[in-house]
Design a protein around this ligand. Structure first.
Ligand code: C2E
Ligand code: MG
Ligand code: MG
Ligand code: MG
Length: 281
């Protein structure tokens, strides 16, 4: 049901796509056009430091402004971009845009501003990520401006080249966040094997945290464990003040969610930062 609270309203293709090969083919055609015509846009969602209330991180989330269907959910089109390998070039574009934007916000608001980008395994397998460090050198941007979000499946056995690239990127100064934590396989082994910087607790643990004591216990345990391993924790999907204060009380480091802000186009995000930094500066 549509809600009048200004959240992004998406068009979902998924259900019809499963049954309709023609629509799927059309969608792939439209995606190629979208790439050429620059119909993609990066939205930014703030990540707040729950300890200080400051915002100096954001997550880059891709949006597709379909000429007829409006805003399309990435959940609908990322799999198709992967199937067609278009995600490789689009991912590179997202990386560069995110880095340039992070630098703008570094200059304007906070020296440590960082933009997180989501990644697909193909970006690593195609070795495109090998050029990221040099790209930033050329642009005179520090790798610290970028956080790379990965998922557990990318660290699984048989994905050895991905983990090597990740270690290299981390040595070069990029930070790495493990996204959707708690929804994958045996997460603990990866935490031991890979030196990552952040854990992002999946929103499925956060959305009932105030009602379900089991979810609260799980979040608490994840946070304690992460801290003992030297990692910071980001909670995704914070939708209420109650969830936020609960997460603060169990020492969660960062928070992200509609309660803080929905993902915003870059101009709106810039305004959002202006407002916040007016108060704190
Ligand atoms: P994700 O990386 O886990 O991103 C967080 C998702 O949660 C985003 O959905 C965001 O809009 C949504 N979200 C944020 N706050 C809340 C909240 O309070 N409640 C709820 N219910 N949801 C919230 P979005 O933008 O639709 O993206 C979905 C997924 O698509 C992402 O999940 C990520 O896996 C993928 N994705 C998005 N952008 C990119 C991209 O540039 N590259 C790649 N490879 N994947 C992307
Ligand atoms: Mg993410
Ligand atoms: Mg996530
Ligand atoms: Mg460490």
């Amino acid at each position: 049901a549509a809600k009048a609270d200004g959240r992004n309203k998406f068009h979902y293709f998924t259900s019809s796509m499963q049954h309709n090969a023609q629509e799927r083919a059309n969608l792939i055609r439209d995606l190629r056009i979208a790439l050429q015509d620059e119909q993609f846009e990066i939205y930014y969602q703030p990540i707040e430091d729950l300890r200080t209330g400051e915002v100096y991180k954001a997550e880059a989330l891709i949006r597709w402004n379909h000429p007829e269907n409006g805003l399309v959910s990435p959940i609908s089109f990322i799999p198709l971009l992967e199937e067609t390998r278009m995600i490789i070039d689009l991912g590179d574009w997202i990386f560069t845009q995110a880095a340039k934007q992070a630098q703008i916000w570094r200059d304007k608001f906070h020296d440590d501003f960082q933009v997180n980008v989501n990644t697909s395994p193909l970006q690593f397998q195609s070795k495109k990520t090998k050029y990221w460090y040099q790209r930033l050198q050329d642009l005179n941007i520090s790798p610290g401006a970028i956080g790379i979000e990965i998922t557990e499946s990318m660290l699984m056995e048989g994905q050895e080249n991905i983990s090597e690239h990740l270690i290299e990127l981390r040595d070069q100064g990029f930070q790495v966040a493990l996204d959707d934590f708690g929804t994958g396989y045996s997460s603990l082994a990866y935490l031991k094997k890979f030196d990552i910087d952040y854990l992002k607790i999946d929103k499925s643990f956060v959305n009932q945290i105030a009602e379900d004591s089991d979810d609260k216990v799980l979040c608490e345990a994840i946070i304690i464990m992460a801290h003992r391993l030297g990692l910071d924790v980001v909670a995704e999907g914070i939708e209420t003040e109650q969830q936020k204060s609960l997460l603060k009380s169990i020492e969660c480091d960062y928070g992200q969610g509609y309660h803080l802000s929905k993902p915003l186009p870059k101009a709106a995000f810039d305004k959002y930062l202006e407002e916040r930094y007016k108060v704190t500066v």
